[in-house]
Design a protein around this ligand. Structure first.
Ligand SMILES: Cc1ncc(C[n+]2csc(CCOP(=O)(O)OP(=O)(O)O)c2C)c(N)n1
Ligand SMILES: [Mg+2]
Length: 396
């Protein structure tokens, strides 16, 4: 398969151009990017791997990771279309960040827990989360595990060890640390991965979480997606430090910057961090240097605040293109397999949308359930009044 094949242009308008020094130097007028030689990379520009840090993934594992990243991108594209059609209210995507999102969770063990930010639906897919419950959340229907009370994209699954999304920036960091500490006190063999953005490093939860984890050596992997922007605030305005990883030193833990668009490097670095956590050596801060090539969310227009050239440079380092180039080189993936896979995802997506859209919203009175074991009198009164009130006619 070539990068000019029409089958590959769906998610990558610029195809799989090699990463060159010019592209790297063009990217970063707005991004606090650590010095290049301090960023862990495994996948070279030509698609070969550096044996010094190669995590030794089996070919089938690499294909599976690639498929999940591609599925994440395809689902994102279709969800933005659904939002523009007015069928779902909101979507937040991970375009350009699929390697960081998917590979970090891939590196965790089955018993470990993931605390997402709000862009990590790809990580849920790595954990085997199905499209149907995902769409149930987006439509907020009666089948949704959170009964339509969460924001779109705020999926969760106890079975998959995937915690609920906590959208106030940074709050998941202290939640994850508390969870990890509890596991540690119980003597459980569980490590916890928590994702957050560069913007979240300015939150008080970042300080509280890392400080506590450093002191109590809790088994946490702090995974900062440095994607260049916190909505319209560039990462260079987020910190005066030379990198985000360097902040680890102040909390008494190792910090490492990794090429967030290189799945092999992310798996390698996160696996090292899991080994440390499991050996009782405490937390690690990982900074994945990547880029949000899309908008912040379906409510954002990034053309209002960021230069197009910056985006172009990062599109040439697209993580899906880079991994596909590696797979082509090793003969593990073909255009036929790609086409078949895209069709499979499309039909699974259509089926999940049809199924979720057909389910009605949760019953009105259900908003009073699940909060108190015994409903207090004033809520009983409010519920009764609500149910007596006039209702607009149902349109579907
Ligand atoms: C406490 C709080 N303040 C503001 C917001 C609005 N908000 C949502 S996402 C976001 C930017 C976060 O940027 P970053 O941490 O870099 O994550 P990214 O969106 O880039 O993945 C802001 C300011 C919020 N959700 N919570
Ligand atoms: Mg960011």
């Amino acid at each position: 398969m070539t990068s000019t094949d029409p089958g590959t242009t769906l998610w990558s308008p610029l195809g799989a151009a090699p990463i060159n020094e010019m592209a790297l130097s063009a990217i970063s007028h707005s991004q606090a990017v650590p010095k290049r030689d301090s960023v862990v990379r495994v996948m070279r520009d030509d698609g070969t791997l550096d044996p010094a840090r190669d995590p030794g993934l089996e070919p089938a594992e690499v294909v599976s990771l690639y498929q999940t990243m591609l599925k994440t991108r395809l689902v994102d594209d279709r969800l933005f279309a659904l939002q523009r059609q007015g069928r779902i209210g909101f979507h937040v995507g991970a375009q350009g960040e699929e390697a960081a999102v998917c590979a970090a969770t891939y590196a965790m063990r089955e018993q470990d827990w993931v605390f997402p930010c709000y862009r990590e639906q790809g990580a849920a897919l790595v954990r085997g989360f199905e499209l149907e419950p995902y769409l149930d959340n987006l439509f907020g229907n009666a089948r949704d595990v959170a009964r339509g009370r969460q924001m779109p994209d705020h999926i969760t699954s106890r079975d998959k060890h995937y915690a609920s999304v906590s959208s106030p920036v940074g709050t998941q960091i202290t939640q994850a640390v508390g969870f990890a500490w509890a596991a540690q006190l119980r003597g459980e063999d569980v490590a916890t991965l928590v994702y957050f953005g560069d913007g979240a490093t300015s939150s008080s939860d970042f300080h509280s979480g890392l400080n506590f984890a450093g002191v109590y050596r809790t088994p946490v992997i702090f995974f900062c997606r440095n994607n260049g922007w916190a909505i319209s605030v560039p990462s260079e305005q987020q910190t005066a430090s030379s990198s985000f990883a360097i902040k680890a030193e102040a909390y008494g833990m190792p910090g490492v910057s990794v090429d967030g668009n290189d799945v092999f490097a992310v798996v390698s670095v996160v696996r090292d961090a899991v080994r440390r956590a499991v050996r009782g050596e405490g937390p690690t801060l990982v900074e994945a240097v990547t880029y949000r090539t899309g908008g912040h969310s379906s409510s954002d227009d990034p053309d209002r605040y960021r230069p197009k050239a910056e985006v172009g440079a990062w599109l040439r380092r697209d993580p899906i293109d880079r991994l596909r180039r590696h797979l082509e080189l090793t003969g593990c993936w073909s255009i036929q397999e790609e086409r078949r896979f895209v069709q499979e995802v499309e039909s699974a997506f259509r089926a999940a949308v049809a199924s979720a859209e057909a389910v009605p919203p949760p019953p009105l009175a259900s908003m009073f359930d699940d909060v108190y074991a015994k409903l207090p009198w004033h809520l009983r009164e409010q519920r009764d009044q609500l149910l007596l009130g006039p209702r607009p006619p149902r349109t579907h």
